[in-house]
Design a binder for this molecule. Sequence first.
Ligand code: NBP
Length: 497
Amino acid sequence: MTNTPTAQIGVTGLATMGRNLARNIARHGYVTAVHNRTESKTKALVGEFGHEGTFVPAATAEEFVASLTVPRTIIIMVKAGAPTDAVIDELAPLLEEGDILVDGGNAHFADTRRREVALRERGIHFAGVGISGGEEGALLGPSIMPGGSEHAYAKLGPILADIAVDVDGTPCSTHVGPDGAGHFVKMVHNGIEYADMQLIAEAYDLLRHGLGWTPERLAEVFESWNSGDLESFLIEITARVLRAGDPSQPERPLVDVIVDEAEQKGTGRWTVQTALDLGTPVSGIAEAVFARALSGSAAQRRAAQGVLPGPAEVPAVGEPGGEEGAGGFVDAADAESFVEDVRAALYASKVVAYAQGFDMIRAGSVEYGWGIDPGAMATIWRGGCIIRARFLDRIREAYEKQPDLPSLLVDPYFAGAVAAGQEAWRRVVVQSVQSGIPAPGFSSALAYYDGLRRERSSAALVQGLRDLFGAHTYRRVDRPGSFHIDWSGDLSESQFS
Ligand code: NBP
């Protein structure tokens, strides 16, 4: 170990993400201090990958801090929650005013805000940085959503831009905004990821049961979609998963032997909880979180099977005897148009999910005074992250043309795209209802679309009811003010403001 500080940046927490991020940083020529609570991980990293760059291993937090040039820049990559607080508590007393402490884990943005305030009081710049791309992204180039002060970003930004993936010459990293802005945007990113995966799964389910095609044949459908508007990492890997056979009985599709209970780590749930507080309808993300919860309600699902009837004529596909072409509810002659309808429904629903996610970013930005540029978020999501997709370029263009766009859905390109597919979208939702194949993402997206576009909504009646039972008052279409009816008396109207 050295007593002379030489490291330009340090990473503490060398599990999957931290170790790959440290390697990425060192590969870019930065002298990188590395530390982990359990020292064996530090030794393993340097032993295995020490040749990739200049690492300065440290056994203790004191050695780690002492190895860094001042002002120090340290990235924490430990398990989110209490472990992050434990690491901050250990490091903060060793740091000096002007040092920069970065949390690259999946922290809740409210924790980041709390930590930022506490460390600011000690003169330490705390930056919450969202990092997306998983293990491979951390090593080869993630999408990075840095929050924190301008001061911290001035030092951190160039390093992050170096290690982030690059799309068309632009790094997928930009300053999101102060304190928790980066982690907030990362959270919404993950929420959108939930919605996107749910919609893809619904498309697969409808195609599989509608057409009776094998997963392998459906892999071809997704591959073909990947060369159009839907081109994205998630569509690409859907084809890969559908094509895969069970390693222990290769003739059986892998997707048929995977237990159908989706798990979650919690960022989707956080997104929905936060959206409820902000009053932003992210119904696509909420449906995805609830669909995962329903899939995991194994005992209830077992109890319902055989008790709750569905439409009588719907066949079971993927069951014994459910081979290709057998038992789909769509006539073979209509197969091509059904595939196209599902594609259009998927695209339109996806536009809604992203529109809702961007609405939430705008609402969070207003609530917390972050000044987030939504177009810049679309730009940094084009590569490295799980939701990377061709159409993020379209989103970037939409916000470039009109930074205060009220909804992505009213941008001429997206309005046109959704309008072109809306009849197909309606047909698919009808078919899902008639065949008893749940498509909560498709149908709630369509309901949101219709709710948005209709001139008059049913909320007028809701307001009337609220006034009757709770004297909550209502506003009128023909004059300003708030009004109340004397419901228990002569039904006269009084004005309150
Ligand atoms: P984990 O989330 O599995 O955390 C393991 C690391 O936390 C180890 O280095 C462990 O040290 C350390 N740690 C724990 Br646990 N408790 C600690 C404590 N009290 N004090 C000090 N260190 C402690 O690691 P990961 O999967 O590499 O993820 C790191 C972060 O990145 C997490 O916040 C995670 O949510 C996020 N993440 C992001 C993505 C993505 O796609 N962006 C993917 C996966 C994870 P030890 O070795 O001594 O036990």
